[in-house]
Write a protein of this length. Structure first.
Length: 118
């Protein structure tokens, strides 16, 4: 088993989520993720960063570098635009969110922020 596979398994256990949930959150298929675990394929740097973000670990650690597993919050801030944040939302309270739902929420937040400036 490669270091990447070991570290993926360790981080997955630490996070307490399933492989299916990890694949869903990262936006890859379960089959692609299984390829990483079986060492048939290796994730790109971008996918490693996405995996690390979901798992809450240092991307360099996940990518087999000899660095700390975790980075401090001050070093690992990932700011999203409102559009990016809403695009990543798949469901709320177990119910799928439609594009229309996201547009409505975006309008509400933008309106709130505009009024807050006044």
């Amino acid at each position: 088993m490669s270091t990447l596979t070991n570290r993926l398994s360790e981080a997955l256990d630490d996070k307490g989520i399933s492989k299916s949930e990890l694949a869903r959150r990262v936006g890859i298929s379960r089959q692609v993720l299984n390829g990483y675990f079986s060492e048939r394929s290796r994730p790109s740097k971008e996918v490693i960063a996405d995996l690390a973000n979901v798992l809450g670990v240092n991307p360099a650690w996940l990518d087999e570098y000899d660095v700390p597993k975790y980075v401090s919050n001050s070093e690992h801030k990932h700011e999203l635009t409102l559009e990016e944040a809403l695009a990543s939302v798949m469901s709320y309270d177990g119910k799928p969110m439609t594009d229309n739902d996201k547009e409505i929420i975006e309008g509400i937040i933008k309106g709130y922020m505009e009024n807050k400036k006044k």
